[in-house]
Design a protein around this ligand. Structure first.
Ligand SMILES: [Zn+2]
Length: 217
């Protein structure tokens, strides 16, 4: 059961097609896993479509608001008809469109970061963000850090806990400069995440700051 979702702003930007490719890859991979956010996206698309129609028809304003209200209310109850079938662990681990991006990059190639942690940079056409797959070994922490920009983390397999909550498969955490956290993978299973950032993380320890220069985290 997914507990942590995309923000409304992100879903609205998806519907409007204004999200840069890096964020869109993170958001769309979550949408593949989450019927609630898919329903939200359809609602925003309907509203967007409605505004376009309005522009053409230039209807009576009151009538227009009533119509929009009706559409929003309706879409809240409209679950996505496509329910995802049970997936194997391997498929669950790389949902679309992430799987296509990884294939295009020549398949899954982990680069080890030490202490069993590993990453793979996932190339996208977007130069404003960095997209990476991260593997955090069971029970291990990611060193404490805050953020210069925004970090979107989507859990694909396993789970982690930080100062905010526990995040399991499909959950999204969106962190910015106001959050300093030490995510720790849950015992018993490695945690595999997709992370999108638009600026380097700000590690608390000097050791990590030197290390990050090497690994471009
Ligand atoms: Zn969601």
């Amino acid at each position: 059961m997914i507990q942590h979702h995309l923000t409304d702003e992100m879903i609205a930007a998806m519907a409007a097609g204004t999200l840069e490719a890096g964020w869109a890859l993170g958001a769309t991979t979550h949408l593949t896993m989450c019927s609630a956010c898919r329903a939200g996206l359809h609602a925003f698309e309907r509203i967007g479509g409605y505004f376009l129609e309005c522009e053409v028809a230039n209807d009576n304003l009151d009538e227009g608001w009533r119509e929009m209200e009706r559409r929003i209310t309706e879409s809240q109850w409209e679950e996505d008809p496509v329910t995802s079938s049970p997936r194997s662990e391997a498929e669950m681990f790389l949902p679309e469109p992430l799987a296509t991006y990884v294939d295009r990059a020549g398949g899954l190639k982990w680069r080890f970061l030490g202490r069993g942690a590993a990453q793979m940079i996932v190339p996208t056409e977007d130069e404003t963000t960095t997209v990476r797959l991260l593997k955090i070994p069971a029970g291990q922490p990611v060193p404490e850090h805050s953020h210069r920009g925004t970090e979107l983390t989507l859990v694909l397999d396993g789970s982690f806990t930080d100062e905010v909550s526990t995040f399991g498969p499909g959950d999204v955490e969106i962190a910015d400069g106001t959050l300093t956290h030490t995510p720790r993978a849950t015992e018993g299973k490695d945690c595999i995440c997709l992370a999108v950032t638009d600026a380097p993380l700000k590690f608390s320890s000097l050791h990590m700051r030197l290390f990050q220069r090497l690994f471009k985290i």
